[in-house]
Write a protein that binds this ligand. Structure first.
Ligand SMILES: [Zn+2]
Length: 327
């Protein structure tokens, strides 16, 4: 399973496409099966690892993935989180800074000690012990730009991008340094691949994506000794070429971009991962999911996966249906 994933992400020949999810896999049905419920599974390494494992053991995925949300790093930087629910991800309720001009207020956290970063690192270590020889382990970090989108108000961030606030580059460098350190801890703990999650860049357009997002993603990727995957939510067709230029081994694409178009743009530079609609996974029937997954495979996807993280109310039967498309 691990070998097939490695072959696929290296764009080498495989007996069949693997089904592996580099994005969130915590669904309520699996929480009920394991007793590892949100929000506890966001905060406790054992529960976090157990819920991740169940997506492999019971959900038919050929991978495990932690954590289940993208606020771990900004929480360690002083953001206050709320909305801790069983079926919704926590979100930032109080930002750590109001403008990138305040970047000097931020203290560099230690991933081995601060916030919940050590919880995620320990969960990866547990997964490595339990299934590390056979199953790929994905660990996620925020892309540097995504970190800024959570550190401060998103409208303010966009205003600063479009008007060119000089301090933003200092803040992005700080974010890149923190993410590199944190990701390296996750790799040392046993992560096979690091997913850079970015829900904020698809509406920047190529110029600003290049200047504020891609540049730092590339730097982070160059410094990591592991497979890397970038996921950007939304329609990325205008920036896919630049995403490939980051040197990421895999590009996880949302359902707005057809696989065939992504393959055409990216060619042999990165593996294309995706992109079964998450709305379908949540609300569709197993047959619809199987049909859509088969379409992705026929279009040449390298790794079959959802188009974004699994919606928490995805029925277990629907998660299991992805693999059924392969037989
Ligand atoms: Zn997404």
């Amino acid at each position: 399973m691990l070998e097939r994933f490695v072959q696929a992400i290296e764009l080498k020949e495989v007996d069949r496409v693997p089904v592996a999810c580099p994005l969130q896999t915590g669904i309520v049905d699996l929480m009920k099966e394991t007793g590892a419920y949100w929000p506890e599974a966001h905060k406790n390494s054992e529960k976090m690892a157990e819920l991740a494992l169940s997506a492999f053991k019971l959900g038919n995925l050929e991978s495990v993935r932690v954590p289940y949300e993208n606020c771990v790093e900004v929480e360690a930087l002083g953001c206050v989180l709320g909305n801790w629910k069983i079926d919704e991800q926590p979100r930032v309720e109080k930002h750590a800074i109001s403008t990138s001009k305040e970047y000097e207020k931020l203290r560099m956290p230690d991933p081995s000690k601060d916030g919940r970063m050590p919880v995620v690192i320990k969960a990866v270590r547990i997964l490595k012990e339990r299934v590390g020889d056979e199953v790929p382990i994905f660990a996620a970090v925020s892309s540097p730009f995504e970190m800024l989108a959570r550190l401060m108000d998103y409208t303010q961030l966009l205003r600063e991008v479009f008007t060119g606030v000089e301090e933003m580059h200092s803040l992005l460098e700080f974010a890149t340094e923190l993410e590199t350190m944190y990701a390296q801890h996750l790799v040392d703990a046993g992560a096979t691949a690091i997913t850079l999650v970015n829900g904020s860049s698809s509406n920047l357009g190529p110029k600003f994506y290049g200047e504020y997002s891609m540049k730092y993603e590339k730097e982070l990727i160059e410094n990591l000794d592991a497979y890397t995957i970038i996921h950007i939510c939304g329609d990325t067709s205008l920036i896919l070429d630049q995403m490939a230029q980051t040197g990421a081994d895999g590009l996880s694409i949302d359902s707005h971009v057809p696989v065939s178009k992504a393959k055409e743009i990216v060619g042999k530079r990165s593996a294309i991962i995706g992109n079964v609609s998450t709305t379908n996974l949540w609300k569709g029937s197993p047959d619809e999911i199987i049909a859509e997954a088969k379409r992705c495979i026929n279009d040449g996807v390298d790794i079959l996966a959802p188009a974004c993280g699994f919606p928490p109310r995805t029925p277990l039967e629907n998660m299991k249906s992805l693999k059924r498309a392969l037989v």
